[in-house]
Design a protein around this ligand. Structure first.
Ligand code: CP
Length: 321
């Protein structure tokens, strides 16, 4: 694996899941693999889980880690080819990516969407430019349209919580929020669930349809109560509209906030959320802190998802060097 930006970079899903679960049993067993190798983590947006879990994963593999918060600690990046850089952008991404590659063996980058220019966001303009000018393998730490490390951790968590022969019913439900959020987590979760051994369904109000690339073949239900019927896992997440790009449409629908009564029609479903969560806006305290919540297990599994991916990439780097 020399790139990890979407599900399409996974060669063998079952092998990857087993790798991460094996690492979880003994996280330090491959501590010599990353000796004298450096992971660079480039953040253009804030992070708690992704930053700490990826750093810890690299340390568990014996790597050095360099972290840079672009815009705060470094120069703001220009991404337009041929730009006359007489404004506020001080460094071109092609120079920044080339320089970072000189110091690192592997680089992770977080770059959220603008939510104003759908074409640029869905072309992954910044991520793809960075990859183009980077001469070392790149891991997405969440891009404009996907969050693959999160989705991998989510799948690990579902795997750990399912011990029956039939496929679990996994529901992704839209939830209210006060701000327009990216579609990346929902897109990515849908992409991974479509390849997993689960029956996957999405429920959201009309107007919140995701890009069809992520949902073709997936059952979409506009009635949350119907979607919740017999669900084994309920993944709660807000996202803004794809069609009225980056908007909350037509107004924030607080009727979609879950409660215990609504969940009565599920199969005693486990509750999932990627965090951060705005408590009592997107999901209520009672469910976040309740006995069916596996939210902290998801965040714990971010570590083993990251370690599994970095290990695969290190092995490839060592084979080809
Ligand atoms: N879930 C997630 O990616 O969290 P952070 O934004 O804190 O990294």
């Amino acid at each position: 694996m020399l790139k990890f930006t979407s599900f399409s970079d996974v060669e063998n899903l079952n092998d990857l899941i087993q790798e991460a679960l094996n690492i979880k049993r003994n996280p330090l067993q491959f501590q010599s693999l990353g000796k004298n190798k450096t992971l660079g983590l480039v953040f253009l947006n804030p992070s708690l889980r992704t930053r700490l879990s990826t750093e810890k994963a690299a340390l568990n593999l014996g790597m050095h880690v360099i972290i840079i918060n672009v815009n705060q600690e470094s120069w703001a990046w220009e991404i337009r080819d041929g730009a006359v850089m007489n404004g506020t952008k001080v460094e071109h991404i092609k120079d920044a990516a080339a320089v970072i590659s000189q110091y690192c063996d592997l680089v992770g980058i977080r770059c959220f969407p603008s939510l104003t220019n759908r074409e640029e966001d869905y072309n992954e303009q910044l991520l793809n430019q960075f990859i183009t000018y980077c001469s070392v393998p790149v891991i997405s730490l969440e891009s404009a349209t996907r969050h693959p490390l999160q989705s991998f951790a989510d799948l690990l968590t579902i795997t750990e919580n399912w011990h029956r022969p039939e496929r679990p019913k996994v529901l992704l439900t839209w939830a209210p929020h006060i701000k327009p959020l990216p579609q990346a987590v929902a897109n990515s979760f849908s992409e991974w669930m479509r390849h997993a051994e689960v029956d996957f369904i999405i429920t959201h109000p009309r107007g919140y349809e995701l890009h069809p690339d992520f949902t073709t073949g997936t059952k979409i239900c506009y009635n949350q109560e119907e979607g919740l019927q017999k669900a084994d896992f309920v993944y709660v997440k807000n996202w803004s509209s794809y069609h009225e790009y980056g908007k909350i449409v037509p107004a924030n629908d607080t009727e979609w906030l879950l409660n215990k009564e609504k969940l009565a029609v599920t199969n005693n479903a486990k509750i999932m959320h990627c965090l951060p969560v705005r408590r009592n806006v997107e999901l209520i305290d009672e469910l976040i802190d309740g006995e069916n919540s596996i939210i902290l297990q998801q965040s714990h599994n971010r570590l083993f998802a990251a370690q599994g991916i970095i290990k695969k990439m290190l092995e490839q780097i060592l084979t080809t060097s």
